[in-house]
Design a protein around this ligand. Sequence first.
Ligand code: AMP
Length: 427
Amino acid sequence: MTFKELEIIEPILRAVKEEGYTQPTPIQEQSIPILLQKKDLLGCAQTGTGKTAAFAIPILQHLFNNKNENKGRRKIKALIITPTRELAIQIGESFSTYGKYTALKNLVVFGGVNQNPQTNTLKGGVDILVATPGRLLDLMQQGFISLKDIEYFVLDEADHMLDMGFIHDIKKIIEKLPQKRHSLFFSATMPPAILKLSGAILGNPQKVTINPGQTTAEKVDQAVYYVSKKNKIKLLKHLLEQMDIDSVLVFSRTKHGSNKIVKLLDKENVKAEAIHGNKSQQARQKALNNFKEGITKVLVATDIAARGIDVEAMSHVVNYDLPNVSETYVHRIGRTARAGKSGIAISFCDGEERAFLKDIEKLIGQKITLIEDHPFPDDGVVEQPTKTQQNQRPRGEKSNNFRRNTNNTKKPYKSSKKKFFQKKKSD
Ligand code: AMP
């Protein structure tokens, strides 16, 4: 299947080709025909699957085709709501990229920054608005934004929206949308609360499900190190030195924790920056840009700040802390292995996190490769496992010189380690 076969118009085809996309991803292949027919869509897919292009391309195509009907001042015809500022920026960039030959104008609005540049652009007229809920409502209340001309409405990362407590904001926004509109709803998971919300937004939608197994867990090479809490920083430094890492996103469960990691790395002369909700938008954007440009090799982030970060060629993800919610693990490792590429996810697991590891392995349906031979083994577990600990990890045969790979065959550490890391380098 090619983009041309999906009946994408020439100006968008050209832009997509320039981006180096040779063929549509599964979500694009399935969603674009539905959206070009102006049907509502319920998409069960996460960031990393190519879902932004799946909705941006058809929206751009409709708006471009109807351009002549909309002479005069530009009106906001498409609204995309997304939970975080970083995601909003990335979606805006995607619209600019795919729409660069359409002359359609998009604007991204989010909180935490001066609103004047946003309102100035709004006054000039925009076709597509990408927004986080709070700033959108704020600008609506001030009369800078009207939703009465919206034809295309996209609610992105709905599950994350609910987790972040945006439900009331979303309801307020929906109330202001015209009844007659084309709606798209994306969520990585579909628990009952999300399905209920989708029912309030969509009218008889077509459903597209992209199994996360196809997109992340299977494509990412995953390894886990048993290491005590206090040795995690040493292990991180050791791995940064030992492995050929271009860029690594390090996940910390808390904002405080991420600051601490940056400080500790700093002491070890490793330049790192943190992004989390307590940092100003400017600081977050600067850190992200430094990371994207390769100025900073290590970016430390909390889950919310990192969600949706799209950095080309990010080779490694490190779970400095294992998440207690298993789905979060899948989201995290999906930051590497973006559409078509593979990546490496390394997890640090201290004694208290063993139960989280078990849950994660259950969710992804595979065992994560345990690397036992490293300078900071978690004493008493890796070297001299107790009965209880062995029970917690039934597959684990505790030898210092051997580890199990995912095929459950024994291999001497050195050669298997080499293989593990060589694989990534060639990707
Ligand atoms: P998304 O899920 O929208 O965040 O997209 C994830 C990544 O996939 C982004 O870096 C996109 O630029 C990239 N991408 C989207 N569609 C394609 C495609 N058809 N071929 C290659 N890369 C793509």
